[in-house]
Ligand binder design. Structure first.
Ligand code: EPU
Length: 340
């Protein structure tokens, strides 16, 4: 193996849960030519690899015996522009929040509601990141991927990506088969503000802002997130551990009989989304702590590593919570975080 491939590398600083495991092999993808190096590696050819961006949506439960590819492709370029829109291609290793701040600085609107989401650009389409009434797919144009089997780069447009709530083709058919190289977004030069989410409106009102610009919205989202969600630099976590479950109207109606105040958001005529945070809180898990593992005191959907927890124990806690929610509400929560 070439010198650039590190061995037995600690991943503690490469995952926001701060889990101290090792990668057998570790490789930084810093330029597109590095793909040739990867193509020559047995462990890559065998499919025994995982691509890591910001490490903000992953839980390592043991040492990783294969190859961790750290996506560090950097840069961005405006590829099209007119009076109303700007289309920007951003490399996958760029930090999401820094990119949002840059766009807000240029008054390019569309992603200000997604301020302060941890992680890199490359991870954004995988789970179709979303918050405060906006999802990546709303501004997504295309993505350049590396097709590992075909050994070639190709472009997938929005329709190819099958985006859904925290979902995309990258979690299914293309799982383990591609590397996201860049993401292209179309943003607006005449931004339409989206403050449908109550907490944003409330924050702007408190600040006496009647005609918010995208900077005001971004600032409000940063304030809301900072007040509710733990900063991974201070407390290990990977954001929401579970997805908000979508259930049938009939199950919802029967739950309503015993839990009058259960919150809900309509999805379509037959289905309703329930906040997993509400279920976890009402099953008694909010602020739960056992040694170094627990649920966050302000947002129980977020599992936390208080110090030197083992990933395996956090995953066990998640399973205990799932079983308990299933027993109490008849709803099986789906994990949002990748477990490795
Ligand atoms: N709730 C409780 N108890 C709590 C917190 C929340 O009952 O302690 C209930 C309340 O009814 C509240 C509702 O849950 O109105 C929604 O809470 P919140 O606004 O905090 O959002 P969420 O549904 O829990 C989702 C995303 C977050 C995103 C926020 C804001 C998922 C899995 N999570 O959380 O995304 O920031 O909405 O849009 O969809 C992430 O994916 O890592 C993430 C943090």
């Amino acid at each position: 193996m070439t010198r650039r491939i590190e061995e037995n590398t600690s991943l503690k600083n490469f995952n926001t849960f701060g889990i101290d495991v090792k990668a057998r092999y570790f490789f930084r993808l810093t330029k597109l030519e590095d793909l040739f190096t990867l193509d020559d590696m047995e462990v890559f050819k065998e499919g025994n690899f995982f691509v890591l961006g910001g490490g903000s949506n992953i839980l390592f439960t043991s040492d990783y015996e294969g190859l961790i590819i750290k996506n560090e492709l950097k840069g961005h370029e405006v590829i099209a522009e007119d009076d109303h829109t700007v289309t920007v291609e951003v490399m996958a290793g760029e930090n999401w929040h820094e990119f949002v701040l840059m766009c807000v600085g240029h008054n390019w609107g569309g992603i200000e509601n997604l301020s302060l989401i941890p992680g890199c650009l490359g991870a954004a389409p995988i789970q179709n990141i979303g918050a405060y009434g906006v999802e990546l797919k709303d501004v997504f144009k295309s993505t350049m991927i590396y097709d590992i089997e075909q050994k070639q780069q190709r472009v997938l447009d929005k329709a190819d990506c099958n985006f859904g709530y925290r979902d995309s083709i990258f979690k299914h058919e293309l799982k383990g088969k591609i590397i996201v190289l860049s993401v292209t977004l179309t943003l607006s030069k005449n931004p339409i503000i989206n403050i449908s989410y109550g907490a944003i409106q409330k924050t702007l009102e408190e600040r006496g802002i009647d005609h918010p610009g995208i900077k005001d919205v971004s600032d409000a989202v940063i304030t809301i997130r900072s007040s509710k969600l733990p900063n991974p630099d201070e407390l290990g976590n990977a954001g929401s551990f579970f997805k908000n479950p979508v259930i049938s109207i009939s199950l919802f109606n029967s739950l309503k009989k015993t839990h009058e105040n259960i919150p809900s958001y309509p999805v379509d005529e037959s289905r309703i989304k329930i906040p997993a945070a509400w279920l976890i809180e009402h099953a008694g898990w909010k602020g739960y702590r056992d040694g170094d593992i627990g649920t966050h005191v302000n947002q129980p959907l977020v599992l936390v590593n208080y110090n030197s927890a083992r990933g395996e124990d956090i995953d066990k806690l998640s399973e205990t919570i799932r079983t308990d929610i299933k027993d109490k509400f008849g709803i099986l929560l789906e994990k949002e975080v990748n477990i490795l």
